[in-house]
Write a protein that binds this ligand. Sequence first.
Ligand code: SF4
Ligand code: SF4
Length: 366
Amino acid sequence: MEYRKLPHGSEKISVLGLGLGGIGKTPTSEIEAIIRKALDHGINFFDLCTAGATYAPLGRAIAGKREQVYLQMHFGAVYDENGEYGWCRDFDTIQKTFLWELETLGTDYADFGFLHCVDENEDFDKLVEIGVLDYLKELKEQGIVRHLGFSSHTPSVANRILDTGLMDMMMFSINPAYDFEKGDDYGIGSVKERFELFRRCAGEGVGISVMKPFFAGQLLSAEHSPFGQALSHSQCLQYAIDRPGVLTVLPGVQTMEHLDQVLKFLNATDEEKDYSVIGGFTADIISGTCVYCNHCQPCPAGIDIGLVNKYYDLAQAGDDIAANHYTKLSVKANACLQCGHCESRCPFGVKQMERMISIDGYFSAI
Ligand code: SF4
Ligand code: SF4
C-alpha cells in the first residue's frame, strides 16, 4: 500500500480508502469483518457518508486502533430512526447527529469534519448562515475535529470554498467519464475547469479524496460505459490516484466480495493498471494533453515521463512544492535523447519531444 501525507498535517493516508455509503444494509457482523480485513490490508481511511447502521460495527472494528485510522465525517449527512441517510441543513440536527456518531463509534474526535455535499453557492451560504462552518471551526480549535474539508461535485463552488483558506481536504467525484465530459449530472465542469481545480488543490496543499471512481459502476461495463468499452477496477483506481492533489480513492463496498475485488488493486501489475486505453475514447477532447499515465514508458534515458509532466503542469499553475520536487528528480527533462519512443507510444497524441525541451527550458529559467 502506498501512503500519501496530508499536506496540512502529518497523517499518512492510504491511497486506497473505502467509501461506506452503500454498506448500511449489510449485516453488521459483515460490516465489522469488512473493516477489519481492510485494516489488515493497510487501508486506513474511511468516508462516513453512510447509514446509521454502519457506526457501531465500524466502532468495534477500530477499537484499540483509533489513532491509526482516519475518519471523514460529514456535517449535513444525517440519519432517521431507521438509520436511513438524509441530506440536512438544520443546525441542531447536524450537531446532534455528530455527537451521536462520536458516541456510537466510541471516539471523541473526527479526523476530518466536512461540509457535506455542497454543490451550489446558495447552499454554501446557507451552511455559513446557520452556523455549521463556525461550529466546525470551533470544533477544530477544541481538537474535536482535526481538519476541515468539504464534499462537492461542482468546480466553481469548490473554488469558492477553497477561497476561505480553511480547508485541508476536498472530496470530489473523479473518473474518466466525469473528467472528459461524458458523465451524468454529477460530472460538472469542463475538462479544463476540473483539471485546474485538481491542480489548485495540489498547489494549496488541499488533499483530494475521490468519490465515484467507477462512475457508479458504469465504467466497469461495456454496455453502460459512455465510452462503450469497459475499464477494470484497477484502471479506474489508478486513473484517480494519478490526478494531481489526490491522496486517497474511496471505492464503495457493500460486501466482502466487493472488498476483495478492490483489494486486487494492491497486487495488480502495471499493465493491469494502465488506463491509457482512454486515449482512444477522449481523442476529440484532450488530444495532445498529457494525463500522466506513463503508457509511453520505458524511456531509454530513464525519465519518469508522467511525473515530469505532472510537476511541470503544477509548477506552471504556481505550485512551488511541485517545482521543488522536480529539482530533486535524479533524471530530468534535459536527459531527453529526442528518440521519439514516447511519442510513438502515447495514445493521447502528446508531442513529448517538444514538451521535454519546453520543460527543461522552464525549469532552467526559474
Ligand atoms: S506522454 Fe502520453 S503516454 Fe506518456 S504519460 Fe503523457 S499521456 Fe501518458
Ligand atoms: S523522446 Fe525523450 S522522453 Fe521520450 S522516450 Fe525518448 S528520451 Fe525519453
